[in-house]
Design a protein around this ligand. Structure first.
Ligand SMILES: NC(=O)c1ccc[n+]([C@@H]2O[C@H](COP(=O)([O-])OP(=O)(O)OC[C@H]3O[C@@H](n4cnc5c(N)ncnc54)[C@H](O)[C@@H]3O)[C@@H](O)[C@H]2O)c1
Length: 269
């Protein structure tokens, strides 16, 4: 996969899956626009890429705010001359049910996880059309098609992202733009480490995360990034509007892997 002369925008590029995407795209010779609101980590990541001889630039903005996205995308186009690939990946994790979730938390999660991807698409797509086409990859989750307990706003935001990918695929196919949604399982990133630290037994929670997958280990950020790079590449020219699970088989066992292991007598081999 060769992204020479291609400009790739990655939101949430300073950490976890987004950072792994920046590294993989840069390795494939892309010019990388790393977008994040974490200035320190963003600048550190760009320095790392440049030290390896890659082309990368940090853009410090909040993808959930319309004015910042408009100005930020204009800045990327000015710097690189256009945009070919958008990876809408920035997101946050929160826990609540419909009765415990405050309106403020609901609005925050929907804004950061879902509205951000709409705003980025709104401003990036005209730049892609000028280049004759492009590819969009949105980081959804297994929670784009399934639900985890006590995560109502997160689940709804991730379901919405799959709908957004499908709508973009449909509306902009005639402009030679493809849009797809990747659905990772549990991936070992700072977000996941934060989530497991909320409970009384972080080590036990990590083991639980491992056991959710058929191989008994959670995913690494680069295992998701490689699929995102593939979907953004010409090798994936016939894939659009797709929900692509990158979940180590997490969703294969009906009732969950743990249920299978301790399952009904007839299910034991
Ligand atoms: N880690 C997992 O297990 C997992 C599983 C499925 C899906 N995902 C999704 O993958 C994506 C990346 O998650 P991660 O685990 O790498 O998380 P992470 O916390 O390691 O990285 C997220 C990055 O997004 C940035 N960000 C957050 N809000 C932003 C905003 N408003 N504007 C600009 N930047 C912002 C953060 O500063 C951070 O650098 C998220 O959308 C997440 O929901 C993660």
């Amino acid at each position: 996969m060769d992204f020479k002369n291609k400009v790739v925008v990655v939101t949430g590029g300073a950490s976890g899956i987004g950072l792994a995407c920046c590294r993989e795209f840069a390795r494939c010779r892309a010019s990388v626009a790393l977008v994040d609101r974490d200035e320190k980590s963003g600048r550190r990541a760009v320095q790392e890429l440049r030290r390896a001889g890659r082309k990368a630039e940090f853009f410090d903005f909040d993808v959930s705010k319309r004015a910042q996205v408009g100005a930020g995308v204009a800045g990327i186009v000015k710097k690189f001359g256009g945009i070919d690939v958008l990876v809408s990946n920035a997101g946050i994790q929160r826990y609540a049910s419909a009765t415990t979730c405050t309106e403020a938390e609901w609005d925050l999660v929907l804004k950061v996880n879902l509205k951000s991807a709409f705003l980025m698409s709104k401003y990036v797509i005209p730049a892609m059309i000028k280049r004759g086409g492009g590819a969009i990859v949105i980081t959804g989750s297994v929670q784009s098609v399934a639900a985890v307990a006590n995560s109502v706003h997160y689940v709804v935001s991730k379901h919405g992202l799959l709908g957004l990918a499908r709508s973009l695929a449909l509306d902009f196919a005639r402009h030679n733009i493809r849009a797809n949604c990747v659905m990772p399982g549990a991936i070992d990133t700072p977000m996941l480490r934060w989530a497991v630290s909320l409970g009384p037994d972080p080590a036990g929670a990590l083991t639980f995360c491992d056991r959710m997958h058929l191989r008994g280990k959670m995913g690494r950020p680069e295992e998701v990034a490689r699929v995102i790079v593939f979907l953004a590449s010409d090798l994936a020219s016939f894939i659009t509007g797709a929900a692509v699970a990158v979940d180590g088989g997490m969703m294969v066992p009906a009732g969950g892997l743990a249920t299978q292991e301790g399952g009904l007598p007839g299910a034991k081999s």
